[in-house]
Design a protein around this ligand. Sequence first.
Ligand SMILES: Cc1cc2nc3c(=O)[nH]c(=O)nc-3n(C[C@H](O)[C@H](O)[C@H](O)COP(=O)(O)O)c2cc1C
Length: 481
Amino acid sequence: MAYREMRDYLAVLEQHGLLRRVTREVDRSWEIACLAKWMYQALPVEQRFGLFFQNVKGSTIPVVTAALGASPGSVALALQCGPDEINQTVVAALRNPIKPRLSGDGACHEVELLGSSANLSKLPIVTWTPGKDRGPYITTIVITRDHDTAVQNMGVYRTMVRDDHSVVVNLSPGRQGTYNARTWTDRGKKAPIAWVIASEPAIHLATVANLPAGKDEMEFAGGLKGEPIELVKCKTIDLHVPANTEIVIEGEIAPGEMEDEGPFGEFAGVMGPVEKRPIARLKAITHRRNPLYYGYTSQMPPSESTTIQSLVNAGVILQTMRDHVGDRGVQDVHIDQTFGGVLAHAIVAITPQMPGHGKRVGRTIADITPVKRVTVVDADVDIRDPSHVDWALNSRFSPERDTVIIDDVYVPLQIDPSVRDARGNVTQGSKLVLDATQKIDSGPLSLPPNKIMMEALAIWKECGLPVFEIPKRAKLRIERS
Ligand SMILES: Cc1cc2nc3c(=O)[nH]c(=O)nc-3n(C[C@H](O)[C@H](O)[C@H](O)COP(=O)(O)O)c2cc1C
């Protein structure tokens, strides 16, 4: 059965030992963030878990973080698939989007705080880089709408608390939320905007997909869930939000109202610069009775942000290459989760169809996605195993022949701190493609034939030597020996 709300998912996560409750009182101005940072910085990926802070100082509302993106295991549970099936689940949902359904009422409207009662001090909003961020930030789904087409968009745009009734939203250039807001403010109108806090897991994951302009991620979320997402109309603005959300904040951006946003700990691992960003003024906070609060953990990678952005966008790139570029040679895509989703390193497995195919695939992905580095390998390499990818780079890649550098690709400083030159000027940035596919048949692998390796495996077991699961890297190699 599909999850209907965040609570269903948290219960399943807990059953799998992937959610830990913290019962001690915690201070949201530093303790929540620091504990989450220890979890990501110290634990290997297979030991990470979501954190449920039951007792938050000065608030009756518990705070959850890292539950969606502790590891591929938690993302797989959120998508109700196996950890090896995340790409195929994302691809299937993109191929079969499901339109949302409008409902008369929803749990998110059980309590309505309208006008001056909509006070942010009632929410346990977390400071994510204590001692360095300008203040507490809301890190969740943001919904906006195109004035002309009425199509909504979802994205995560960090939002700085300005005072009890207003915020500054990091709507950065090029983002669809930014475009949507301007379709209103450029006409002198107030742009509606809503923050969706703790909703169905499919919605949270769909939000971070880099989909083409004009595509509503809510339909992709429906595809991931396998049924329509139920929406309700906001109380004070003309937007639709998921009915089963724990907390919704409704607001408006007035034309020309901007203020400094930041510094804020960025997902690239350094503090982001201060920029002028739009102010939004609150019109309502609605919530369930006894709600939960959710904030994504970002900042120094690896983080929840890098984990979910990498895993979801690998599937998006795979589907784009197969269905939109029409390249049947592309078999699989992985994005390095230690860094993150948009700016990171994509490793692509292909079955080359012609000379130069590897470079062409790499160049196309570098051009049409924000990924900074693309390594292309043959389909006999486990793209999720860095040692196997490195083997391909050392044995099938000749730097002078197989490297492509793509220059003058605009990358904002906060996304990639390396685009600053020695004088401190921000440059246009560049991308790297490494074609590590085999150009000529390099002959048989230096392993004994598969048949006798499998016989030896039986002897290994007979001898009582330590039991192991055959790594994919070894399987791929031994199968073709
Ligand atoms: C925790 C977290 C925080 C993020 N903060 C921002 C942000 O402040 N500004 C931004 O442009 N993108 C941010 N992103 C990335 C975007 O949400 C993501 O790329 C999304 O697909 C953008 O949607 P859009 O292409 O529809 O605008 C963040 C992602 C996560 C997971």
